[in-house]
Design a protein around this ligand. Sequence first.
Ligand code: PLP
Length: 467
Amino acid sequence: MQYISTRGRAPRLDFGQVLLDGLARDGGLYLPESWPRVEPATMRAWRGLDYAGLAKQVMRLFVGTTIAPADLDRMIDDTYAGFGHKAVAPLKQLGANEWVMELFHGPTLAFKDFALQLLGRLFDHALDRSDRRGVILGATSGDTGSAAIEACRDRARLDVFILHPLGRTSEVQRRQMTTVLSPNVHNIAIRGTFDDAQDMVKAAFGDEAFRDQVGLTAINSINWARIAAQVVYYFHAALALGAPDREVAFAVPTGNFGDVYAGYIAASMGLPVAKLIVATNENDILARFFRNGDYSSAGVRPTWSPSMDIQVASNFERLLFDLKGRDGEATAAAIRTFRETGHLPVSDAEIAKARLLFDAGAADDARTIDTIARVFAETGEILDPHTAVGVAVARDRREGVPAGTPVVVLATAHPAKFPDAVEKAIGRRPALPARMADLMERPERYDTLEADVSILTSHILSHRRNA
Ligand SMILES: *Cc1c(COP(=O)(O)O)cnc(C)c1O
């Protein structure tokens, strides 16, 4: 399988190259030259596979021959063996034809583990094959840092440096990072804000000599391998609910458009998806686009669902490329106009095309809290605020889904990650899962640095292992 750029001017690459390159050289994002098709008979044969077994079948279609099948299978087995629920992505029924798929049984209690746990292994394997070492560098305001750390800990070829603003993350968030004592994990508290930390990371990536010297890589949400790994759970849920002989709809709490875009890929591969419902909080640029074609940026407002406080959804460009008939020039021109004017030019026909599969809605903070309370009263289930946005919008948009079709809401985080929102809704704080219950007593390790990129780069040079 070959990969092409959404802007049409970068070289074709295979999976292994796309994995390590991230962004295409023309500024675009890589995606497969054509969607692999899965026939109904194949899907029926996949029914009953366990999660890792299904992941092997789906991932193979994207990986092609760039990784030996036995190596890929082993990495997939290792990845999902580390999840805290035997079903890996269990389905729970909330009401008639209303389900949640729990994607929070990974090591950091959020769905990003599904892709990042595999990505860390894929990186390590690729570096091993080419006898190189790599450094993962990122800044976090709380959530993604721990997922990256858990993905890279104890990998032979990788060191991971994660910056957080000193004293500005919640204690649970900090401890999820700083209590990982593996020798290749380097937590750094920056005397400054998240933006200061982010600027230092950007400056380090901008220093080409340094970048090449240490093999600097980002684990960000535009990486194709991350998206591919997320396609699996759409198949998993739909097959369990009767696909390919029955349609299934999904409602997806959305920020960077990575997770719901994976659902679009599953549909493009032949999975019978009745609707993909894009659910946003008050930062609703995507909901506005799918409702009435208005893709225009506004300032980001903080909400109870912070991982969705995003107004420029980086993966959206991949969908736009398909809406524009896979025309790289037209995609690049539209993105340029958006940058210059804050408005994305799309035709009525393109919006109509998107609306065949997608629907959308937004839920504000009051609705989020009310939904947590309501679902708890109805079923005893405690939702995290991101999942609550998904349930609220799924209920609002139910009429757009054929009667009798199951709607699966993706539960993207464990409620214990967001205890304040849950307490506001139901008057008590959810407990951490047993394997994390002692988080507040575990020893921590981190260094504290001034907000200065030259201090950061020399710290990385002296602290990465056996350079
Ligand atoms: C990252 C995240 C999201 C948004 O996912 P995207 O792929 O960025 O759309 C939603 N919920 C939680 C809990 C997240 O961590």
